[in-house]
Design a protein around this ligand. Structure first.
Ligand SMILES: C[S@@+](CC[C@H](N)C(=O)[O-])C[C@H]1O[C@@H](n2cnc3c(N)ncnc32)[C@H](O)[C@@H]1O
Length: 202
């Protein structure tokens, strides 16, 4: 498929670009430098859009097929010199001191437990839809620059109350940037997260 002048191949077992993906790709800030992180990169579509502006992008996915897919699409679009791909769980591969200007995350946000298959982990957010997001928020203050920001998608089915409580404990502020209906009973929310206090860790 072709999206925003990017050629995107989707390998079997990898989350295909969907409404939540486009909520992010359509609302990325214009950047002309800096270090960006695309967490849960899937096909790599968001990482590749970031790579057009950022100095360097790191794409992380826990699903090995997704990491390979991201790398493949980076090469297909001649952006592999700007994109490093890591198959890992959240921020675990990073050393303390590495700080990102911009982080994007389209996480597994649905309050379901659809099993432990690699593809199911794309949407299974466990209890309240926040099990993976929780881990992300715990580590975020260590890896986000003081003036950096995160763009993250969740759904109206996600437990936003618990998410806000955890974020506030970690000194992270949340702003709703955009909301769109997907079907009759679900909305997608695009959230902007920033460090709200002195809790930025070195
Ligand atoms: C909803 S998909 C989004 C994929 C792609 N970013 C997009 O928007 O089309 C969520 C992605 O997060 C990855 N993921 C799930 N848990 C993760 C974790 N703990 N660490 C890193 N990636 C994870 C999944 O493998 C999946 O590729």
């Amino acid at each position: 498929m072709e999206v925003d002048n990017l050629r995107i191949r989707v390998l079997n077992g990898v989350y295909p670009p969907s409404e939540d993906t486009y909520l992010l790709t359509d609302n990325l800030p214009r950047i002309s430098s800096g270090l960006a992180l695309d967490m849960g990169s899937g096909t790599g579509i968001i990482a590749l859009k970031l790579a057009r502006g950022a100095d360097r992008v790191i794409a992380v996915d826990i699903n090995l097929k997704a990491a390979i897919n991201t790398l493949l699409n980076a090469k297909l679009n001649e952006l592999s010199s700007k994109v490093d791909v890591i198959c890992a769980n959240l921020f675990y591969p990073f050393r303390r001191g590495l700080k990102f200007d911009l982080i994007t995350f389209n996480p597994p946000y649905l309050p379901v437990n659809d099993g432990n298959g690699a593809l199911e982990r794309s949407w299974s957010g466990g209890r309240g839809g926040i099990e993976v997001i929780k881990g992300f928020l715990y580590m975020l203050p260590t890896f986000l620059k003081e003036d950096g920001k995160v763009l993250m998608v969740i759904s109206s089915l996600t437990d936003l109350g618990s998410l806000k409580r955890i974020a506030s404990r970690k000194g992270v502020s949340i702003k709703m940037v955009k909301r769109v209906w997907v079907g009759l009973f679900e909305e997608l929310y695009l959230l902007e997260l920033k460090l709200s206090s002195t809790k930025s860790l070195n």
